[in-house]
Design a binder for this molecule. Structure first.
Ligand code: ZN
Length: 322
């Protein structure tokens, strides 16, 4: 897979950008955000406040927009203060996606015996929720990333792949074994562990269908039928990151729902790379939205105007248990 990506262009002006309408006139500064937060987000949605709830989708989207990360960061790295982060698109998209998940499915981070990763993610998501993006990224870099190089000129670049900077630190969450599927009559069918301790899960396009792919193809040693496999998680997970196995899976190819280990997972977002930079595409109420940390923009994708984005290959997709 082609590796990413230091952005060369700060803005892509080829497409009409339609900023999502805001219903206030604030500039979106941190102060404004803080001031608006109480006004907008803490309104309980009950039948007695039904008039407030008419605008709920707009408010929801507005709140979504207000939480979009900035491409960069300023953190304390171990004992070194004021370290600049650059090329953060490798982490921004999915940290933001996990925050979004915490809004639409709050119990996604609630587990009776949470792993270290889930505990850490929950803290990060809370920081994002109060607009402390720098602290959120600081936690990610210090607690999740095992950086091999020290900062240069007090700068850490996260230039590279989503796999290195985002997926690998979380891969334990989706540890699984692969179980063989061959002939129903075969003694090894659904019975034989063909690989344990796997962590990566891929999507592959086969005959225009998107399938969960384990990269395993071999013949069954018993029945000699060409076997496939299914995934069994060691510990149930509430969300799964799928890597696109080939650069031929486009946003509209992705099914709304995937069943894996007997559970249904719903599509949340994918990343695509464009102009040597990762952006994300979310699906909210049947509309695709492009999120770009470079200009903190949220753009509703229109089939005609934004068709180019529908033709960019996806790199990683996030699905969650609804
Ligand atoms: Zn068999």
């Amino acid at each position: 897979m082609e590796s990413p990506n230091k952005p060369r262009h700060l803005k892509n002006t080829r497409f009409t950008k339609k900023k999502v309408e805001r219903n206030d006139s604030s500039s979106g500064s941190e102060e404004d955000v803080e001031a608006n937060k109480d006004k907008k987000n803490n309104v309980p949605c009950t039948s007695s406040t039904s008039s407030t709830c008419v605008d709920a989708p707009t408010d929801f989207l507005e709140n979504f927009r207000l939480h979009i990360p900035n491409w960069a960061g300023l953190i304390q790295y171990r004992d070194l203060r004021n370290v600049t982060l650059t090329n953060t698109c490798t982490i921004d998209n999915f940290l933001f996606a996990l925050w979004h998940l915490s809004k639409i499915k709050p119990d996604s981070f609630e587990e009776t015996e949470p792993t270290q990763e889930i505990v850490g993610l929950k803290e990060i998501v809370k920081l994002i929720d109060i607009h402390k993006w720098n602290l959120a990224k600081e936690k990610w870099v210090n607690n999740f990333l095992k950086l091999s190089e020290s900062p240069i000129n007090k700068t850490i670049s996260l230039f590279g792949s989503e796999k290195n900077f985002f997926l690998n630190p979380l891969k334990k969450i989706q540890r699984h074994e692969l179980i063989q599927l061959c002939k129903v009559e075969c003694i090894q069918n659904a019975n034989l562990i063909i690989r344990d301790d796997s962590e990566e899960i891929f999507l592959k396009k086969i005959k225009k269908q998107i399938v969960v792919h384990s990269c395993y193809t071999d013949r069954c040693t018993q029945c000699r039928k060409k076997s496939s496999s299914f995934i069994r998680f060691y510990k149930k997970t509430r969300f799964i990151f799928f890597q696109s196995a080939d650069p031929n899976i486009f946003i509209k190819d992705l099914p709304d729902q995937l069943t894996i280990d007997n559970e249904d997972f719903k599509f949340l977002c994918s990343t695509v790379y464009t102009s040597r930079h990762f952006i994300s595409i979310f699906k909210i109420n049947e509309i695709f939205y492009k999120v770009d940390d470079l200009d903190k923009s949220l753009v509703a994708l229109d089939e005609k105007i934004s068709s180019a984005y529908f033709k960019k290959p996806t790199t990683v997709s996030l699905y969650y248990k609804d």
